[in-house]
Design a protein around this ligand. Structure first.
Ligand code: NCD
Length: 308
């Protein structure tokens, strides 16, 4: 049985295969409409979500399967004190696969030790978010035609931003990748990424605190929200939240084919005026999330690509 807890749980070949299936799904959605007939996904979300939960549910429905689950820990038996281990043992009797989001780092890993069915980490605290990464890789591949030879700027909350941690962890396995890490001092990338991933593998990266100077060098600018819910005090959040705001004026420094990505939700970090710039792909990125999750569900359930 396979789980997806970190992007490293899939080999590069498997990720490339998921991207290929996802791109075929985009072109031929009807072909896939009965692939998961009779299968069920449970979405167990102990933290708020719009895109991740709904795109998992849309993905399973598009494949012909069905969905069950909870979107709020308060409406589950967690509010009565039930452990994650007990919950997944039970939910695993009702569903064929479980997507779990949890505020505690490592909770989906604990779930995977007790679950009778595959567990997908749909975001664990400030740690990892591997299905957002599949979405991001698919978006980059669809728009740029490659996952190698890229300079990627990641901007905002690199400390708590789990999408950033997972994306870096996945991209370092492709050749000629360079990162520009743009953040305030307090929100720099944590050492479990800087030391254990970037330095360990000699990946070129620089850490800066200004966006304009580095803009012209980027193939991709990945903006992120300051993760308010992970701050210990509100004053720090208020001081840091609007430190980087991408607007049309800053976009004039960017290459003509630079992509602006964002896992969403956006708060203030991208001005609404940027939405109409053809380089802004964050809403398309959310659509790619459905295709990526359809291909992932097929992979983890061992469902074959139909012939036609
Ligand atoms: C992200 C998350 O939950 O980490 N959202 C998402 O899944 N698309 C990013 C965020 O909440 O800022």
């Amino acid at each position: 049985m396979r789980h997806l807890l970190s992007p490293l749980d899939l080999s590069v070949e498997e990720i490339d295969q998921i991207i290929a299936v996802a791109e075929d799904i985009e072109k031929n959605p009807k072909k896939y409409s009965h692939v998961a007939d009779g299968k069920k996904i449970a979405t167990c979300f102990y933290e708020p979500s719009t895109r991740t939960r709904l795109s998992f549910e849309a993905a399973m429905l598009n494949l012909g399967g069905s969905v069950l689950g909870f979107s709020d820990a308060q409406s589950s038996s967690a509010s009565k004190g039930e452990s994650v281990a007990d919950t997944v043992r039970v939910v695993g009797c009702y569903a064929d696969i479980i997507a779990m989001r949890h505020p505690k780092e490592g909770a989906p890993m604990v779930a995977s030790m007790y679950s009778p069915v595959p567990i997908i980490n749909a975001g664990d605290g400030g740690h990892q978010h591997p299905t957002q990464t599949l979405t991001d890789l698919l978006t980059i591949h669809a728009k740029k035609g490659r996952l190698d030879t890229l300079t990627i700027g990641l901007c905002g909350d690199l400390k708590f931003g789990r999408t950033v941690h997972s994306l870096i962890t996945a991209l370092v396995r492709y050749p000629n990748i360079r990162f520009v890490l743009i953040s305030p001092e307090e929100l720099k990338i944590p050492s479990f990424v800087r030391d254990d991933v970037l330095r360990k593998q000699n990946i070129p990266f620089e850490e800066v605190d200004h966006l304009e100077d580095v803009m012209p060098t980027l193939d991709i600018l990945y903006m992120t929200r300051v993760q308010r819910e992970r701050f210990f005090n509100e004053e720090d959040y208020i001081r840091l939240k609007d430190r980087f705001i991408l607007d049309q004026e800053k976009m004039t420094y960017a290459a003509k084919d630079m992509l602006v990505m964002h896992p969403l939700p956006r708060v203030n970090e991208i001005a609404v005026e940027v939405d109409n710039d053809p380089r802004a792909v964050y809403f398309e990125q959310a659509q790619y999330g459905v295709y990526a999750r359809m291909a992932l569900i097929m992979k983890l359930l061992g469902l074959e690509v139909p012939a036609c």
